[in-house]
Write a protein that binds this ligand. Structure first.
Ligand SMILES: Cc1ncc(COP(=O)(O)O)c(C=O)c1O
Length: 596
């Protein structure tokens, strides 16, 4: 039920755009003359390394995408809204080779493939930074590494081990060929992606084991950051000029760092009423509590968000200041599976503008948007199913980042659900100011993702798949998860007692959210919802199926939630086991409700 934004009486605020950068930014952007020019011009962006004088920026009114061709992508399938052959030409520019060295500074700016300078600069967030984040001055040792880019420099300055003392000489990652994801017997089973210590010096690659297995900046390596920056430009095209990316070690860590950048003890973080439990558990030890906002089938209701903020009374919340952090999982929400429509996102964004919120967009399921549910066909592909990378980009719901004209969104992407959770690689996209704060925190904490992971991803994404190959892989996952989702929904239909269990079939993500009408339970008069929830859960474990209890995901502490839910997933088990598991859950429910 999406309420039109007019209902909220929201007027976007008049804001002053920044003209000065932070002192740290000077240090940060000082890596070469071109970037010095950028820092001395404040946030007035000039394209330098990525855009030579004669490259023509895309006019603001021209909404097409201009992907690069990856190293192995001379035959790249056109992606995005490319409409003419010129859009298919490679858009990468030469970069200073020192960019690829050990611990080299890595920023997105030189890797953008077209100009964004016609867009407004992001707002500044000095008034929102936590004391911890505002007081970070940066890592002296990491900042000093920029001098290694100077030709002829001999380093006696950093404890960087020589490559000969790193015992890994070469590596091969065997990957599934894209044309063999369905087990095509005629195709090779795997393709080997090789790396050695000398790939850079021999000219075979811009990334090798010598660099990957040494220190790198908190941002991650420039090599992989280039691909990620291009990907963000292609898919999200943020509508402000100074957007940047930095790598994370996954969204769990990205949220931890982001919360520490903004939240102070006593603060409230707003979220869906049922939300990702780890997010709540990350905030709590920082002294920040979550406050759930009423939801419907699309997740958080904008009007309810507005009402909470409009009527905020610190005295009623233990003296806490009005919240300014919104945590959202907009696609295939964990745990409810809810997906916000574009209109819902726009409405929430307008509330965020009205109340000056920062939106923490935790979106690991963005690429698991599925085909329309058709119970009669386990493979529910139809005419609306995207069949090509371009078509996939057309059907993906625009993200908060894509509508963020202010730079108030901190978008967290992760490879966990679409390549591998064990890689521990994700990336964060936000304004230059926020990404700098993030990066200098990462410099003294995670120090970026593991070099093995970065190198494996670089080989796969940059040198092997390219952007179109990654999108083809996502198409494959979409098909697989659509089938699994439909299978699970049909299994629920077959086995669950429908007079007490109801559900909306998920359109995205990995979860199916089941509502159990506990008031029909024979003990409903003598037991609480929580007690009955536990009883059913124990009963199902007794039957041999583990499901997640809805109460684990309640955002607001010390609130009595009126309903009973369970979260089940179609991601974790083979199809025959899913059938068996849902049948067991059905048995547990029937036994608990004495329906047998
Ligand atoms: C909403 C949400 N955020 C973050 C994560 C964890 O992501 P990562 O593996 O990137 O840390 C999950 C995983 O279940 C999730 O559902």
């Amino acid at each position: 039920m999406s309420a039109p934004s007019e209902l909220y009486g929201i007027q976007p605020k008049t804001v002053t755009r920044p003209t000065n950068d932070t002192p740290y930014a000077d240090k940060y952007w000082d890596a070469d003359k071109n970037r010095r020019e950028l820092s001395s011009n404040g946030l007035r962006l000039v394209h330098t390394l990525a855009h030579s004088e004669n490259s023509s920026p895309t006019p603001a009114s021209e909404p097409h995408f201009t992907p690069h061709s990856g190293l192995a992508d001379s035959h790249i399938v056109p992606v995005g809204k490319a409409t003419n052959v010129k859009d298919l030409q490679p858009h990468r520019s030469d970069v200073n080779p020192a960019q690829w060295g050990v611990a080299a500074l890595a920023v997105s700016e030189p890797f953008k493939t077209r100009s964004h300078k016609h867009k407004p600069a992001a707002l500044r967030w000095d008034h929102r930074l936590s004391t911890e984040s505002a007081s970070r001055e940066g890592c002296t040792l990491k900042a000093a590494f920029k001098h290694l880019q100077k030709p002829g420099m001999i380093s006696l300055g950093g404890g960087i081990p020589l490559s000969e003392y790193i015992p890994f000489e070469s590596l091969e990652h065997a990957v599934v060929p894209l044309n063999n994801t369905d087990g095509d017997k005629g195709s090779p089973k795997t393709i080997g992606l090789q790396s050695s210590k000398t790939d850079i010096s021999s000219g075979n690659s811009v990334y090798d084991l010598t660099v990957a297995l040494n220190y790198c900046q908190g941002s991650g390596s420039a090599q992989l950051l280039r691909w990620l920056t291009e990907h963000v430009e292609l898919v999200h095209n943020p509508p402000y000029a100074d957007w940047q990316c930095t790598m994370s070690v996954g969204n769990t860590s990205a949220l931890d760092i982001t919360l520490r950048m903004f939240a102070q003890p006593g603060d409230y973080v707003l979220s869906d009423d049922y939300t990702f439990s780890s997010a709540v558990e990350t905030a709590l030890p920082m002294g920040a509590r979550f406050l759930g906002v009423e939801m419907d089938a699309e997740g958080l209701i904008p009007q309810s968000l507005h009402d909470i903020l409009q009527n905020w009374d610190p005295a009623a919340h233990g003296g806490s200041r009005k919240p300014f952090l919104l945590y959202s999982v907009p696609t295939g929400q964990n745990p409810t599976g809810a997906t916000q429509s574009l209109q819902r996102r726009k409405d929430i964004y307008r509330v965020a503008q009205q109340h000056d919120l920062i939106i923490m967009e935790d979106d690991p399921y963005y690429y698991i948007q599925m085909d329309k549910f058709d119970p009669s066909a386990e493979n529910s592909q139809d005419d609306s199913t995207p069949k090509s990378p371009e078509a996939l980009l057309e059907v993906l719901i625009p993200t908060y980042l894509s509508i963020d004209t202010d730079g108030r969104v901190v978008r967290m992407d992760s490879f966990s659900k679409v390549v591998s959770p064990g890689l521990r690689v994700g990336w964060v996209t936000s304004s230059q100011q926020i990404i700098e704060r993030y990066k200098i925190h990462a410099d003294v904490s995670t120090q970026g993702p593991s070099g093995f992971s970065q190198l494996a991803l670089f080989k796969l994404l940059d040198e092997h798949w390219g952007h179109s190959g990654f999108l083809q892989w996502l198409l494959h996952l979409r098909k697989e998860y659509s089938t699994r989702r439909t299978f699970l929904a049909n299994a629920c239909d077959r086995h669950l007692p429908k007079d007490i269990v109801t559900w909306n079939v998920a359109e995205a993500g990995m979860f199916q959210w089941l509502k159990v009408d506990w008031r029909k339970h024979p003990d409903a008069k003598t037991k609480s919802a929580a007690q009955i929830e536990e009883e059913i859960w124990l009963e199902s474990i007794g039957e041999g199926v583990l499901v997640a209890r809805g109460s684990w995901f309640q955002a607001t502490a010390n609130k009595e939630y009126p309903d009973v839910f369970y979260r089940i997933t179609f991601a974790a088990a083979p199809l025959d086991k899913i059938e068996e598991a849902v049948a067991r859950l059905g048995e547990a429910l029937k036994r608990s409700f004495k329906l047998q």
